[in-house]
Design a protein around this ligand. Structure first.
Ligand code: PBG
Length: 339
């Protein structure tokens, strides 16, 4: 007996597959993470992230122009300061590199794109942790909240429109929301890195921001605040807590290895759900492609398609400009057919 039901009918040609694609990506769904470093005279390549650099203010401005031109939805800024200390003073100093870069770029491009900032202390602390330390060396949750509140106000005043709370401290969303509101920053949105896992995939990022973490082997990881990769239910719990605390957007991070968590959060959330395709996801593809071991372009398209298919409304990706340009030349939203 020959089959009556033939799903292959809808796969028989490229135009047919294009028409049937369930997942389409638009350039505006892509956000570009960028590193701006203090004291550079020209951009400095990041070895473990081929094609990515630490920017000067001027090169950052050029990159933002390219991103806007390509139709990218927004940019997420990270600062790389020259001086660090125990409490991350550079994070709250209006002249600190992240706040200066934010003011510089928001003033130029704030009407054309959404300027966003990472709100976390790790780039600014000499011990490399995302918070301040108690006398016993542990990360002090509630003391850190006070630093985040001050950081939020500094970033909002610099012109950041969305604050990316990536430190994984308990109660950070509620605390920062109250601080922003009390200071009159009612329109500054909070992107909560809700389900953020302690992953090996952040390795290249640590180079990108000259992280101090790991210099002392006793403090070499973030496992007391970032989540255990073993835990799926807990990822949803963290996201629901952040929504209850007033998060405007929630995020799952990393993306590719955590698509189950992303799908859970997307099914339950009544606010937008974002995902971060992190440095290690980028580096693995670039490294394999550089060796000729994988089809780079198909791999990138497939990875982004999978992240959106799992439920991400927006993806932070270091490939944002390139992919937005490609989508633009192919006709908007055809990535589903391409992967
Ligand atoms: C914390 C932060 C990290 C990343 C984004 N925000 C690093 C960490 O938690 O160790 C990682 C992003 C990436 O790997 O691309 N400020």
């Amino acid at each position: 007996m020959s089959p009556t039901i033939r799903p292959r009918r809808l796969r028989q040609s490229a135009p047919m597959r294009r028409l049937m694609a369930e997942t389409r990506i638009h350039p505006a769904q892509l956000v570009l993470p960028m590193f701006v470093a203090e004291g550079l005279t020209e951009p400095r390549p990041i070895g473990s992230m081929p094609g990515q650099v630490q920017h000067t203010l001027d090169s950052a401005a050029q990159e933002v122009e390219r991103a806007i031109e390509a139709g990218v939805g927004g940019i997420m800024l990270f600062g790389v300061p020259q001086e660090k200390d125990a409490v991350g003073s550079g994070a709250t100093d209006p002249d600190g590199i992240l706040n200066r870069a934010t003011a510089f770029l928001a003033e130029r491009f704030g009407d054309a794109t959404v300027v966003q900032t990472d709100l976390c202390l790790d780039e600014f602390t000499d011990h490399g942790h995302c918070g301040v330390l108690a006398t016993d060396g542990s990360v002090d949750n509630d003391a850190t909240l006070e630093r985040y509140a001050a950081m939020a106000i500094a970033q909002a005043e610099a012109g950041s429109q969305i604050l990316g709370l990536s430190g994984m401290m308990d109660g950070q969303v509620e605390h920062v929301r109250h601080a922003l509101d009390a200071a009159g920053h009612l329109d500054t949105a909070i992107l909560a890195y809700s389900a953020k896992y302690a992953t090996a995939l952040y390795g290249p990022f640590r180079e990108a921001v000259d992280s101090s973490l790991g210099a002392d082997p006793r403090n070499g990881d973030r496992k007391t605040y970032q989540q255990d990769p073993a835990n799926r239910r807990e990822g949803l719990r963290e996201a629901l807590l952040d929504i209850a605390e007033g998060a405007d957007i929630v995020m799952v991070k990393p993306a590719s290895l955590y698509l189950d968590v992303l799908a859970d959060v997307a099914a339950a959330s009544d606010v937008p759900v974002w995902a971060y395709q992190v440095s290690g996801e980028y580096a693995m593809v670039e490294a394999a492609a550089a060796n000729g071991w994988i089809d780079r372009d198909r791999m990138i398209a497939e990875s982004l398609t999978s992240i959106v298919r799992a439920g991400a409304d927006v993806v932070l990706t270091y490939w944002a400009i390139e992919q937005a340009q490609l989508l633009g030349t192919m006709g908007l939203g055809s990535m589903g057919g391409r992967a």
